[in-house]
Design a protein around this ligand. Sequence first.
Ligand SMILES: Nc1ncnc2c1ncn2[C@@H]1O[C@H](COP(=O)(O)OP(=O)(O)O)[C@@H](O)[C@H]1O
Ligand SMILES: [Mg+2]
Ligand SMILES: [Zn+2]
Length: 368
Amino acid sequence: MALALYRKYRPKTVAEIIGQESVSVSLLNAAKADKIGHAYLFYGPRGSGKTTAARIVAKLANCEKRAVDPEFRKKGEPCNECRACREIDEGRALDVIEIDAASNRGIDEIRSLKEGIRLAPTSYRYKVFLIDEVHQLTKEAFNALLKTLEEPPAHAIFVLATTEYDKLPATIVSRTQRFGFKKIPVGKIIDKLKRIATAEKIKISNEALEVIAIAADGGFRDAESLFEQVVSLEDKEITLSEVERILGRVGAVKTAVMAEELITRNKEALVILSEIASEGYNLNQLVKDLILYIRRVLVLAYNEKMEDIFKDEMTPESLSRMKEMAKNCDKQKTVELIRLLIRAYGEMKYSPFAIVPLEVAIVEALKE
Ligand SMILES: Nc1ncnc2c1ncn2[C@@H]1O[C@H](COP(=O)(O)OP(=O)(O)O)[C@@H](O)[C@H]1O
Ligand SMILES: [Mg+2]
Ligand SMILES: [Zn+2]
């Protein structure tokens, strides 16, 4: 594969941004009215589309077709064909300046930024400054940025992005238009990976995609790079067990089977555990997955409305299986089971054999 998937399949229009409806609606409305703001703050988890949306803002502001064709402008999208759109997509636009505050934390960077801001754009209407991980700037750098945001020149647009909204000074936040990005539901991640698989002519099962989507924890970036890791096998038909092996982590189906045996206090749990261990999976990850799984069963057993929250974190098949378990579980014993697993997890780090504390916990849980 010549191009990294995350770059090849990065959304190029507002309409292609998945799962961020309120952000998309506001951006479209601003673009249709030709009212692109001067300072945006995009916050939310990694891989949710902040940089993607920032590049789209840069195109909306500078698209040459939008500037001359009012009919086209009403669409609220960039044309993706003019020179500005193409340069921005390819990351070689001189007037779109991306600064990673995680590696450029200092006042010097902001000072040279301030100087750069005063200069007019070289070839576009607007200079767009994208400051990523903005919460990492030093106090002095924040003060310099604040001064700039107080009186931004008419030709400058700022897009600040962060995964840690709470670490930003209120003075900065209040001078921006805020857009909150959310984690992406598992189902939507699977859908996009399926589309990529089709386009790249790769055969991969839904269960295999589910493992990747869950490991990505609501972010497309990890989903796409894990997917890429898996498909680089030179193998055009990818199975669940290959994906499990590469990620070192059992999928939702095996986790569910194991959880079921534990909840119903079935001795088979020990057999399944030793099989999983002998296949070389990371047992720490297995216990974490089990704790998370059984905790959800317990919560569902107490309040079935929690389904609304969990449905974003798993597939419909996995959820209905979990609901069935919740109906039949002994709540008190399930609480005890979770406690035992949490204790085992703590002990596994110090044990010469990770499997032993886990087996002991299971034996305790199986006792009547
Ligand atoms: N909302 C989304 N819809 C579709 N693809 C997305 C979305 N968010 C992220 N991606 C994919 O993940 C990659 C990384 O996203 P990016 O915008 O850099 O995330 P962030 O800046 O929030 O960490 C993109 O290139 C794109 O392929
Ligand atoms: Mg980013
Ligand atoms: Zn354009």
